[in-house]
Design a protein around this ligand. Structure first.
Ligand code: MD3
Ligand code: FE
Length: 211
């Protein structure tokens, strides 16, 4: 499905059974890495989205130090849990990138939670795509251009949808306007979970065999 240059879109890429299996993998990790509400740099205003991470590196933000990647949970101090195997396989199947993802940011949208228009540029490996997986209630996703003022289009992201943002799409503005409550029964109590797989550091170049 053509969304924009650099965007690959696989609606319903995960079957309902795979969505349930992935949700179970997420739930099993929440005891060690609970959702928390991060704060904006400077103002300290809390985001409406709750977050946690899986993988060797996790994205976080707080009032004092701003946006960055760290290897431990800001509340518990523990290393982030491993990225579920289902997601590592999905990365291999859908991207041509030479190295595995290092971060899996997990966003939880409940009630009026939203994510304003922003760009993701805290990663060193900007040549790697970002892979997004949606679970639960449908989210109204807004995808724009290289500046805040560029025109935008809206996509409804439903449970099981997978998108990859690479090349020219990697640095485009995007956000989540709102969630359609009651559109899915996957998550108990309702809500939407989005997982983004990211390569953060530049992979070591592979040494060529000699002789
Ligand atoms: C395009 N998440 O975590 S997923 C984010 O649904 C984020 O939770 C939204 O934006 C969500 O940063 C949107 C789609 C997405 C994610 C990352 C991107 C699109 C992207 C990074 C670069 C370009
Ligand atoms: Fe983003």
């Amino acid at each position: 499905m053509a969304v924009a240059p650099g965007v690959a879109y696989w609606p319903g890429r995960l079957r309902p059974q795979e969505q349930a299996a992935l949700l179970a993998e997420i739930m099993a990790r929440l005891k060690d890495a609970p959702f928390y509400r991060p704060a904006m740099p400077g103002s300290g205003a809390l985001l409406s989205v709750e977050m946690t991470n899986f993988g060797p590196l996790g994205w976080l933000t707080d009032q004092a130090k701003g946006y960055r990647y760290e290897s431990t949970h800001p509340v518990t101090g523990a290393p982030w849990p491993q990225i579920p195997g289902i997601l590592l396989r999905l990365w291999t199947e859908t991207t041509a990138y030479s190295a595995p993802p290092e971060a899996c940011l997990v966003n939880l949208y409940r009630g009026p939670a939203r994510m304003g228009l922003h760009r993701d540029a805290d990663e060193e490996a900007l040549d790697a795509p970002v892979l997004s997986v949606s679970l639960g209630d449908t989210g109204l996703f807004r995808f724009g251009g290289p500046t805040r003022r560029a025109s935008t289009r809206t996509l409804k992201l439903a449970s099981g949808d997978v998108l990859a943002f690479g090349g020219p799409a990697r640095l485009m503005y995007h956000g989540i306007d709102r969630i359609q409550a009651g559109s899915s029964s996957l998550i108990a109590g309702g809500g939407r979970i989005n997982l983004t797989l990211r390569r953060v550091t530049k992979p070591q170049p592979e040494k060529e065999a000699t002789g």
